[in-house]
Design a protein around this ligand. Structure first.
Ligand SMILES: Cc1cc2nc3c(=O)[nH]c(=O)nc-3n(C[C@H](O)[C@H](O)[C@H](O)COP(=O)(O)OP(=O)(O)OC[C@H]3O[C@@H](n4cnc5c(N)ncnc54)[C@H](O)[C@@H]3O)c2cc1C
Length: 161
C-alpha cells in the first residue's frame, strides 16, 4: 500500500469536513499520482500492480466502472478517512503557565480530584507515533496516583548507558 502525504499551500491543512470540490481535486490528483507510481518499472519490479485489493470491501461503489471518475468520486465520498493524531488540547505545564490545563502531576488546575491522562496532555504532538507515548503517560499517571516509582530499577540500570 502506498500512502501519500498532502500539504496544501495554505498551511492550515485540510478542513475537517474534508469535502469540497477543491479538496476532491487534491485527493484525486494524489490517486492519479499513486496509480502512476505503481505503474513504473521500479514499483512493478517489487510486485506493485494497479489491482485494488480493497475493492471488495467497498461494495457501495462496485456498480461503477473501475477505474473511472465516478468510481473515485464515490470511493472518496464514502470511504475517506484521516490519520490525524489529535493531541495537546489539555497540555501539561508549570502552575504559572497560562497555556497549561494540567499541572506536572496531571491534575486539572483549579479543580480538585480530577486528572487528565491521555494524549491531550502532550505539550506538542510527538514527531513519531502517539500511542506509545500515550501509554507512557498512563504508566506515569498510575505511579503518581499510587505514589510509587515503578521504573526506579530500570532508571538505575540505564543511568550510565
Ligand atoms: C486512524 C488512526 C491510526 C493510528 N495509528 C497509530 C499507529 O499506528 N501507531 C501509534 O502509535 N498511534 C496511532 N494512532 C494514535 C493513537 O491511536 C492515539 O494517539 C491514542 O489512542 C491516543 O490515546 P487517548 O487515550 O488520548 O485517546 P483514545 O484512544 O481515543 O481514547 C479516548 C477514549 O475516551 C472515550 N471517550 C470519548 N468521549 C467520552 C466521554 N464523553 N465519556 C466517556 N468516554 C469517552 C473514547 O471512547 C475512547 O475510549 C492512530 C490514530 C488514528 C486515529
Amino acid at each position: 500500500m502506498l500512502f501519500l502525504l498532502f500539504r496544501d499551500n495554505s498551511s492550515s491543512g485540510l478542513s475537517p469536513s474534508m469535502w469540497s470540490h477543491l479538496q476532491y481535486q487534491l485527493f484525486r490528483s494524489g490517486i492519479q499520482e499513486m496509480l502512476r507510481l505503481s505503474n513504473t518499472t521500479a514499483f512493478r519490479s517489487v510486485g506493485a500492480s494497479l489491482s485494488d485489493p480493497y475493492q471488495e470491501y467497498y461494495p457501495s461503489c462496485n456498480s461503477l466502472p473501475y477505474p473511472s471518475e465516478e468510481y473515485w468520486i464515490c470511493r472518496l465520498k464514502h470511504y475517506m478517512n484521516t490519520l490525524f493524531h489529535p493531541t495537546s488540547t489539555c497540555r501539561i505545564g508549570k502552575n504559572n503557565d497560562d497555556t497549561a490545563v494540567v499541572d506536572p502531576q496531571l491534575r486539572v488546575k483549579g479543580i480538585s480530584n480530577l486528572r487528565v491522562v491521555d494524549a491531550s496532555v502532550m505539550r506538542h504532538v510527538t514527531s513519531g507515533n502517539t500511542n506509545a507515548p500515550t501509554i507512557m503517560i498512563a504508566e506515569k499517571a498510575a505511579d503518581l496516583i499510587r505514589g510509587i516509582d515503578s521504573v526506579i530499577d530500570i532508571r538505575k540500570k540505564t543511568l550510565n548507558l
